[in-house]
Design a protein. Structure first.
Length: 512
């Protein structure tokens, strides 16, 4: 990176913009195309709007809006203004939003106009100014930005300054804010562009949400840094995606995208001219990989990353992509496998082909958890390695296999769900003694949530009553797809709930 860059991430990305700013950048479903020049000017106006709203360097800007061009401009505008973006899943209920706003204390909160009445009070309690943005990207923010000048220079920010805080659910039931710096994001993008051979000639199908790492950073940044273009879709629709394949070169998706594409006729013909299909955010079943390659001739490139680290490993662009593996560490990223049973404070490395805890170190690894120094110290070792909580092994070829997950994490449709968070809400319901939440195989989402609930003595609890009780408390993707009412939970001799037994018992309940 050259020395003149003042705003590390924003200037780094815009250095990749084409010299001819009339070059197309974003193709919208409406048929409108936004050039690089128009994108840059709009980002300048959004930045000016944020600053006029009282946002100062380092302030948090919380955003809970549908995917649209406006959402992308809000992100770029926030970075340009020197702010720290806090993107929120649009499915989060009022209680979840209230917790995040209370923890992050943003200067500004952008939400859908339909939610203002519900959320304005929560925002006011933490001193956040509220602006609106609807699913078309219109609202208070867009209107104000339209009245602003686009000529203010990006606010200076250093490589180690925060660019974003992304919340990841905690095993204790409370989300943790992963602090990502300008260089965490910029360095990882540069590495991915090289690893995946992105150039200005690429056209990406962007059907991912933009409230987490995969869609907001990995996909979007690869386009911007190379001056390429993207079809920016509000959501994934298999037919729409196939219609775009003949005029596109790449797609990034979650395993659910590929299972849905495989259910469509005409996939082989549509995919003929594509260069690269990437999958991440959840494990890709070997059967899906093999079926997709058999149908299209394309071997899906699976990679591995997480909120706290962005991308860690990748299968090769050139060379065999092995189903069921996530490839080798990316350039500049170090991965080691350690014995999870080693005594506290000590590190014992595992031999090749031995399952242990996956740890990672590199410029991609986050700064720590927002306002949680103790949690940061628990999960980041003194030598800089981050303990991922995933169990894996490195084979003789240096290829990483993820074999399981500590902390009972459930990944459904690419979204992380921690059972403890769901259990806490269910356990608070009237008549409920206790609950255990597990993930079981789901044909579309990879895993689905199942809740096993024990009523209090003498109480009558139904699955329908549980669902009614949690609807306003949990995002839809966290809500159980099946609820079983039982007399007691299986426990071992130490009294610990045996979730492995429950997973076996209910393994087929969502198979249909």
């Amino acid at each position: 990176m050259t020395s003149h860059q003042a705003n590390w991430l924003y200037d780094g990305l815009t250095e990749g913009f084409p010299g001819d700013r009339a070059t197309p950048c974003v193709h919208l479903p409406s048929g409108e195309t936004v050039s690089y020049g128009a994108l840059e000017a709009a980002a300048g106006r959004y930045s000016a709007s944020f600053i006029a709203s009282g946002v100062r360097p380092g302030d948090r800007v919380a955003v809970q809006v549908d995917k649209s061009l406006g959402a992308l401009l809000a992100y770029l505008g926030a970075v340009r203004a020197g702010a720290v973006l806090l993107p929120m899943n649009t499915g989060y209920a009022r209680g979840e939003v209230a917790y995040l706003l209370g923890d992050a204390e943003p200067a500004l909160f952008v939400c859908d106009p339909s939610r203002v009445d519900d959320l304005a009070g929560v925002a006011k309690d933490v001193g956040a100014h509220v602006l609106t943005m609807d699913s078309a990207g219109e609202g208070d923010l867009a209107a104000d930005a339209a009245s602003r000048s686009d000529d203010a220079a990006p606010v200076p920010r250093a490589a180690d300054d925060l660019a974003a805080i992304l919340y990841t659910s905690g095993t204790t039931g409370r989300p943790k804010g992963a602090m990502l710096t300008h260089d965490n994001l910029y360095s990882n993008t540069r590495t991915l562009v090289e690893a995946w051979h992105f150039t200005a000639d690429d056209v990406l199908i962007h059907a991912l949400p933009v409230f987490h790492t995969h869609g907001l950073f990995v996909a979007t940044h690869c386009v911007l840094l190379t001056g390429s273009a993207m079809h920016f879709l509000p959501k994934f629709d298999a037919q729409t995606v196939m219609d775009l394949m003949p005029i596109s070169t790449t797609m990034m998706g979650v395993p659910t995208f590929y299972t849905r594409l495989l259910a469509e006729d005409g996939l082989a013909e549509a995919a003929k001219g594509m260069r690269l299909f990437v999958s991440g955010s959840a494990p890709l079943l070997a059967e899906t990989h093999q079926a997709f390659e058999a149908r299209t001739g394309h071997a899906i490139l699976e990679r591995y990353g997480m909120t706290e680290t962005t991308m860690i490993t990748s299968n090769p662009y050139e060379g065999p992509r092995r189903p069921g593996t996530v490839g080798r560490p990316l350039e500049g990223v170090e991965v080691r496998i350690t014995d999870p049973d080693a005594k506290a404070g000590s590190i014992k490395l595992c031999a090749a082909n031995t399952v242990g805890m996956v740890e990672v170190r590199g410029p991609n690894v986050f700064k720590g958890y927002w306002r949680m120094p103790e949690k940061t110290a628990e999960e980041k070792r003194p030598d800089g390695y981050f303990i991922t909580g995933d169990l894996g092994m490195m084979d003789d070829d240096g290829v990483l296999h993820i074999v399981g997950r500590g902390k009972d994490l459930i990944i459904s449709g690419g979204f992380n769900i921690y059972p403890k968070e769901v259990e806490t809400v269910i356990d608070a319901l009237e008549g409920v003694e206790e609950s255990a939440v597990i993930g079981v195989p789901h044909p579309d989402f990879g895993e689905g949530v199942v809740a096993v609930v024990v009523p209090q003595p003498g109480a009558t609890v139904t699955g329908a009553a549980v669902m009614d009780g949690i609807k306003g408390e949990l995002a839809r993707f966290k809500q159980p797809k099946h609820i079983a009412i039982v007399a007691e939970l299986p426990r071992n001799t130490m009294g610990k709930v045996q979730k492995t037994v429950l997973r076996d018992t209910y393994s087929d309940v969502l198979a249909g």
